[in-house]
Write a protein that binds this ligand. Structure first.
Ligand code: FPP
Length: 244
């Protein structure tokens, strides 16, 4: 594929682990285990395809509504993966970053995330952005809070007037206070599992993303399926609101 036709940033909503397991008479947790294996295969495939940023929706702010057993399993799966499989990221020169609300995460999960992020920060082949306790609305809210808190302290110090502070709110300043202002907006968002919605993923950043839906359950999504999604993307005409 020509280089400029490869999306720089691909984001994936990895849906269908539970249904994959149910179809086989297995527990939902076994679907998540297989889902993690699929994620590792897709990370390597993304690197081979020349993608620079891969965002993966691993745990949403809404996923806390699941049973305590499933939530506990997912937290433990993510923590153990980061703890025991860091070599996977080291050997493949992959940089890990985290998106989401840190304050709601268990301390032991946070410390593994922080260690993995720190340990892989110098890698340059591919950036994997793991969304854990992530919600798009929550990310926008956290950005606005950061921005307002900075502006109100400047206003309180008399450095800027309230009017100037209000004037400083812009699309640019909101974007600059999101979790990763350095990561470009996703060119392509893939969702597996047959549903056609964004489910609160990257709401701000998806304004002009191309969307691709696969009916396959996430554990069945293969590197060939990723390649097919990229081939489909290469034929899209992106106008970003401009005329033809
Ligand atoms: C959605 O399927 C999947 C999740 C909520 C969890 C996704 C997590 C992983 C794949 C493992 C963690 C990955 C990494 C890279 C650390 P679902 O349970 O909603 O499936 P269903 O719609 O069929 O019930």
């Amino acid at each position: 594929m020509e280089e400029n036709l490869v999306p720089s940033h691909v984001a994936i909503i990895m849906d269908g682990n539970g249904r994959w397991a149910k179809q086989r008479g297995l527990a939902r947790t076994e679907g998540h285990e297989e889902g993690l294996e699929a994620a590792k295969r897709i990370v390597l495939a993304a690197r081979r395809e020349g993608i620079r940023f891969l965002s993966l929706y691993a745990f949403s702010t809404e996923n806390w509504k699941r049973t305590a057993q499933e939530v506990g399993f997912l937290m433990s799966l993510i923590r153990t993966h980061l703890m025991k499989e860091l070599d996977f990221y080291r050997e493949n020169e992959i940089r890990l970053v985290h998106s989401g609300d840190r304050s709601g995460l268990p301390r032991d999960v946070l410390s593994e995330i922080d260690r993995a992020v720190e340990d892989t920060s110098h890698h340059r082949e591919l950036t994997v952005n793991l969304a854990i306790n992530y919600g798009g609305r929550d990310e926008i809210l956290r950005s606005m809070r950061r921005l307002l808190s900075n502006l109100s302290s400047s206003a309180a110090e008399g450095a800027v007037s309230v009017d100037e502070a209000v004037g400083a709110m812009s699309e640019k300043t909101i974007a600059l206070n999101l979790d990763h202002p350095d990561i470009p907006d996703p060119d392509l968002i893939i969702r597996t599992g047959g549903e056609m919605r964004l489910s609160n993923y990257l709401l701000w950043q998806s304004a002009y993303s191309e969307l691709y839906f696969s009916s396959k359950y996430w554990p069945d999504f293969t590197p060939e399926d990723l390649h097919a999604a990229l081939a489909d993307y290469a034929h899209r005409e992106r106008r970003f609101g401009d005329a033809r």
